[in-house]
Design a protein around this ligand. Structure first.
Ligand code: PEP
Ligand code: MN
Length: 595
């Protein structure tokens, strides 16, 4: 990470080492670009090669690299959309455009000859860029690999003079290879444009990065889409022309699932200029979506490029650490890279990484006999916590509404008798205090996930909360809801994926198990899965319990009934005792996921 080198003379700008993430291995064109750029700007980049574009973004967002580099277009191959898309998706902050002329050369082992070459490895796009040269070698096999430097490394490792690679001079030198043919691209002006970027900065910090007001030597990249109507594109482009802004690049792609096109545009100027604000105002009338990737120093701006990197340098000793957008929105629930996951203790049970717990019980408490039968069954077969609804949120006001306080008292008694902590749904603020005297964990139901006053009320208690995902809530909304509870002082929140509404009607909901993978990355809070409400059909609960454990959940919440046929709520998804035991046996065979 960033370190100022102390041996620099006091009067000079201290030399600085920054970690720079790029796609490929050392010697790849992206690495060559970083080296050239660093040499000109008086910084040193510690290279961090990454296997994919997305991994480059993750390295920067996760704080493992100070800056990242992604290619965004090539003179022969055209727009590299993945580069733009990732910058847009992660709201990365572009700093500078860097253009490199790629001089492809064919290289091989010392002593190899062009005539003796039988196989050539390189990046697929680079092979395409050298189409004419390769056409002159019809009997030679072409082997696409992930990156030009990997091709060079493979050739060096193969120790076979009939193997050659197309790569940069730097990659050839690095792997001890010699040139067999130089400048072999179809066109000599084979340039690639890259963007150097860093993680998004908190709003208050952004002002420190303000460029000079003129906007000259600045460029802005954006992605927008226009309705599929005559004149819509012309009018949107006119929005720039009218305000004196030059569109220096425009490329389109269809937006899947719509009849619209997305346009990738580069505009000369800075988005903070007034004329830009006016143009964007006009543009909004014709666009159905608009995403501004950001403004950065154009390659034509040596002075500004210098300044952009200086800004990074100035801020580098991490006086103000860059803060991801997520961290700004939900600071307390966000998991920082490397941060350990939280433990939540519920009575004698601890939800933590490396354990997987079973919480089971009836959907509703219906009678003493029903509840105690279930309590003994589950306690004797693997469950460590008991669930049971006393206040039930039912779609119909005429459906069974739960036994209320009487049901809760039974639940507490069954919990004491079997030694299991109990979890039950709290539906309103006025139940919070009284319910807190008997439950070990409050459940906030899916329908109440965004009942903010209720979230604040349980947040003021010291009792753990099982927060279920709303049936149409995004994961960010779930995290925001959790943030409400933590922000009031209660750190003991467990998230619960319980299925979301989709177009699928075969299952009651769609159990979004990808949520577990995403949440494990985004938050330190434990995560449970409720396959009962997720699929709503008894026979599909078992495979999804297995999947929940395999994907890395910290536990499951499932509904069990002594006689599902007469269950007063959620009868179709109630497990018989036999179903329940089969699930417990299955789960014993699935390993825990820990990372
Ligand atoms: C329940 O657990 O019984 C329940 C009502 O769940 P959800 O809020 O997920 O629908
Ligand atoms: Mn239920």
């Amino acid at each position: 990470m960033t370190t100022a080198q102390t041996q620099a003379p006091a009067t000079a700008t201290p030399a600085l080492t920054m970690t720079a993430a790029f796609e490929g291995i050392e010697g790849a064109y992206s690495h060559v670009v970083l080296e050239a750029y660093a040499g000109r700007r008086g910084v040193t980049f510690e290279p961090l090669g990454c296997p994919t574009f997305r991994a480059v973004a993750h390295a920067v967002l996760g704080g493992r690299a100070d800056v990242g580099l992604l290619p965004i277009d090539n003179a022969i191959a055209g727009t590299i959309r993945e580069g733009y898309d990732i910058l847009a998706e992660y709201e990365l902050d572009p700093l500078a455009e860097i253009t490199l002329r790629l001089e492809h050369r064919l290289v091989g082992l010392p002593g190899a000859t062009l005539e003796g070459v039988r196989e050539i490895e390189s990046h697929a796009i680079v092979l395409a860029e050298c189409g004419r040269f390769l056409a002159s070698l019809p009997d030679v096999k072409r082997v696409p690999v992930g990156d030009t430097a990997i091709a060079a490394r493979n050739v060096a490792a193969a120790k076979d003079p009939s193997h050659a690679a197309i790569c940069s001079k730097e990659a050839a030198e690095r792997y001890g290879l010699v040139e067999l043919a130089g400048s072999i691209a179809d066109h000599p002006d084979n340039t690639t444009r890259f963007l150097l970027f860093r993680a998004p900065v908190a709003a208050g910090v952004a002002a420190e990065f303000e460029p000079a007001a003129s906007g000259a030597d600045r460029k802005t990249s954006l992605v927008f889409s226009v309705a599929d109507k005559p004149g819509a594109l012309a009018r949107s482009l006119d929005a720039f022309g009218k305000h004196g802004l030059n569109v220096s690049k425009l490329d389109s792609k269809s937006r899947l699932g719509t009849s619209e096109f997305a346009f990738y545009a580069d505009i000369d100027g800075d988005v903070r200029e007034e004329r830009f604000a006016d143009a964007l105002q006009d543009l909004k009338e014709y666009t159905s979506s608009l995403h501004i990737i950001g403004s950065y120093d154009a390659g034509t701006a040596p002075a500004r490029v210098r300044r952009a990197i200086d800004v990074v340098v100035d801020n580098a000793p991490a006086v103000v650490p860059s803060v991801s957008k997520q961290k700004q929105n939900f600071p307390k629930v966000t998991r920082e890279p490397g941060q350990p996951r939280s433990k939540v203790r519920v009575g004698n049970v601890v939800l933590e990484d490396g354990t997987f717990i079973i919480a089971a019980g009836p959907c509703s408490v219906e009678s003493r006999e029903q509840l105690f039968a279930v309590a003994h069954e589950i306690r004797d077969h693997g469950a460590v916590m008991m669930r049971g609804g006393a206040f039930k949120p039912r779609t119909s006001p005429y459906a069974f509404q739960g036994m209320g306080w009487e049901g809760l008292a039974l639940l507490a008694e069954a919990g004491r008798e079997t030694g299991m902590p109990i979890v039950s749904e709290v539906m309103s603020i006025d139940q919070v205090e009284r319910m807190g005297q008997s439950v070990d964990m409050y459940q906030i139901g899916a329908r109440n996930m965004q009942n903010f006053d209720l979230l604040k009320a349980v947040g003021k208690t010291q009792i753990p909360v099982l927060l279920k995902r709303g049936m149409s809530a995004s994961l960010d909304e779930l995290l925001s809801a959790a943030e409400y509870i933590l922000s009031e002082g209660n750190p003991d929140v467990v998230l619960c994926e319980r299925g979301i509404r989709t177009f699928e009607t075969a299952t009651r909901n769609t159990l979004d198990l990808s949520a577990v993978a995403v949440l494990r990355e985004k938050t330190h809070l434990p995560i449970m899965v409720d396959p009962s409400h997720g699929v709503g059909v008894r026979r599909w609960i078992r495979p999804l319990c297995r999947a929940a454990k395999a994907v890395g959940a910290n536990g499951i919440l499932i509904e069990v009934h002594p006689n599902p046929a007469v269950a007063k709520s959620d009868a179709e998804q109630a497990l018989t005792f036999q179903d329940y035991e089969d699930i417990v046996a299955d789960l014993a065979r699935i390993p825990f996921i820990q990372d």
